[in-house]
Design a protein around this ligand. Structure first.
Ligand code: ARG
Length: 459
């Protein structure tokens, strides 16, 4: 079969080399963007008087037919035509003859391919931002139902201070809000058209790059044709945003893996979001949460792979750049699936409030409040910390919690302690006391919920 660059060549391609260089196996999914880009290019060529109106019409009509063939599954994808761009162009020429060969006037695959990828990234960012919003909505909904649930907050995976479950869940809302901001930022840089940069230096034809950019919905055009065909920053940014978002999902996954263990027992996965064991009949495994955690490794790999491909790559186009696509597709697919499944899992998760409550009651995580109490009674905080430490040790040795020591016992440590201490040490009082801005007090969590709702409503 004759290649599109047959003129210069006297030998057929080696089969191994052809298979090695072909990208049609994965870049076929850019067909839609490729046809959009080609139609915009053809129309611009007509408008600029570079092609005749009837030529443009024939090309556009055939491209639309090709789109239908691809949708119907009747399009003949052929590896010998290397990639999606050449497959479509070859088919165009098969359909309408030599006039099809005019489409590539004033264009190179170098500006063509990266135009397709810009369009793809813009679409994926929009889809991902929608999924982030959906997950935020679920988090908000679940947090709204847990404004009265007290659980241990952890540092070093040791019980630290009691918090509202709503507060803990909302932390993920704000992480995702930053992810959304990163994707929005990435979309701004993807929103620039490289089309018309040609192979690298521009073109001798009187094209209008602003026309194709506007037609394709781009807000700007690259100022420099060499930069236009060489730039993959916008993909790196996409992968970086995806890696960070996936890292957040991984932390959520890890938390839920822990929480669903018998040791924590804070949550129970819905049957629809868990799996069983092939040997141990009693098991209910949090596979979804585990994979949310595990897939971060994969997306990090995508990011590092592309950064490594780009490192030291001189200007302008090199086939190394073809390696951008599988990484991009993989990260986009992985993140979209992860966001969607995380939303389903969280929406159906059962919180075991009794277990959380019990963990707070039988524990020393109100020790900071004892120290704060002493500080309020005039003891410098450092001394209060020291005294409290000794009280905690005393209590542990006697198998008691802080609320269970008698006033006489307390008085051995400090005569500043009075009856009012007991009320200050209940989980409710401890949580209510943390009313500083952004703290876990119910009033602050209510304010936070309000703000989160407003942000979501504005999206
Ligand atoms: N399949 C190529 C890619 O993905 C398209 C551009 C090829 N350009 C070239 N001059 N070989 O990057």
């Amino acid at each position: 079969m004759k290649k599109l660059w047959g003129g210069r060549f006297t030998k057929a391609a080696d089969k191994l080399a052809e298979g090695f260089t072909a990208s049609i196996g994965f870049d076929r999914r850019l067909w839609h963007q490729d046809i959009r880009g080609s139609i915009a290019h053809a129309r611009m060529l007509g408008r600029q008087g570079i092609l005749r109106a009837e030529e443009v019409e024939a090309i556009v009509r055939a491209l639309e037919e090709i789109a239908r063939e691809i949708e119907d599954g009747t399009f003949p994808f052929r590896q010998e035509y290397e990639d999606i761009h050449l497959n479509i162009e070859k088919r165009l020429i098969e359909k309408i003859g030599p006039v099809g060969g005019k489409l590539h006037t004033a264009r190179s695959r170098n500006d063509q391919v990266v135009t397709d990828v810009h369009l793809y990234v813009k679409e994926e960012v929009a889809a991902i931002r929608g999924l982030i919003r959906d997950l935020q909505a679920v988090i908000l909904d679940r947090a709204s139902g847990e404004t009265g649930t007290i659980m241990p907050g952890y540092t070093h995976l040791q019980r630290a201070q009691p918090v509202l479950l709503a507060h803990h869940l909302l932390a993920y809302f704000w992480m995702l809000e930053r992810d959304d901001g990163r994707f929005a930022d990435c979309a701004r840089r993807a929103d620039v058209s490289p089309l018309g940069a040609g192979a690298l230096a521009g073109t001798t034809f009187p094209i209008d790059r602003h026309v194709t950019a506007a037609d394709l919905g781009f807000s700007a055009v690259y100022e420099n044709s060499i930069d236009a065909v060489s730039d993959r920053d916008f993909i790196v940014e996409f992968l970086a945003a995806a890696a960070i978002c996936q890292m957040h999902l991984s932390r959520l996954g890890e938390e839920l893996v822990n929480w669903s263990s018998a040791e924590f027992g804070f949550v129970e996965m819905d049957d629809a979001f868990a799996t069983g064991s092939s040997i141990m009949p009693q098991k209910k495994n949090p596979d979804v949460a585990e994979l949310l955690r595990g897939k971060a490794g994969r997306v990090y790999g995508d990011l590092v792979a592309l950064l490594t491909v780009l490192k030291g790559l001189p200007l302008a186009y090199h086939t190394d750049l073809q390696e951008d696509k599988e990484r991009l597709f993989d990260a986009a697919d992985t993140l979209k699936a992860s966001l969607a499944v995380a939303a389903g899992m969280l929406a159906t998760l059962r919180f075991r409030r009794d277990r959380m409550r019990e963990a707070v009651r039988r524990d020393y995580s109100n020790a900071t409040d004892l120290a704060d109490y002493l500080a309020r009674k005039g003891l410098p905080f450092r001394e209060a910390h020291e005294v409290t430490g000794r009280i905690v040790l005393y209590a542990i040795e006697r198998g008691k919690y802080l609320g269970e020591l008698s006033l006489e016992e307390y008085r051995q440590f400090s005569d500043r302690i009075g009856e009012d201490l007991y009320a200050a040490l209940t989980p409710e009082a401890v949580v209510e006391g943390r009313a500083s801005y952004g703290g876990t007090a119910p009033a602050e969590v209510a304010r936070q919920l309000e703000k989160a709702r407003a942000i979501l409503a504005a999206k």
